[in-house]
Design a protein around this ligand. Structure first.
Ligand SMILES: [Zn+2]
Length: 115
């Protein structure tokens, strides 16, 4: 019997809605945001985690790629899960998709007045 775990935030245990298509202009991804400010991004193939992880960091930085690139590993927490989009649930094994969660430990400073 397959054990089904509903989609929940790993940081605050909130139940989350299924990932949605999001277009930041610079990047497009499928994911969502939790009430605790964690973000999650779907990797449909399950084989592209590096790129998806970068997308998740950029998403957490509200689309600012420079900011995402300047983050240190101690600046954020991350978790990845296997995910079944058909049942919107997490699963332990599988040829399923991957879902990457990222949460910044410190809120972003809003002082980025380069323009
Ligand atoms: Zn959360």
């Amino acid at each position: 019997m397959a054990r089904v775990n509903p989609l929940q935030c790993p940081f605050c245990d909130n139940y989350l809605r299924a990932p949605l298509d999001i277009d930041f202009g610079k990047i497009e991804l499928t994911g969502g945001i939790c009430a605790c400010s964690a973000v999650y991004v779907l990797d449909r193939t399950g084989h592209n985690l590096g790129a998806i992880f970068m997308d998740a960091l950029t998403f957490a930085c509200k689309g600012e790629i420079d900011k995402a690139l300047s983050l240190n590993p101690e600046d954020y927490e991350s978790v990845d899960y296997n995910y079944d989009p058909h049942s919107n649930s997490l699963c332990r094994t599988g040829k399923s998709c991957k879902l990457v969660f990222v949460r910044l430990k410190k809120p972003l400073t809003g002082k980025n007045n380069k323009n």
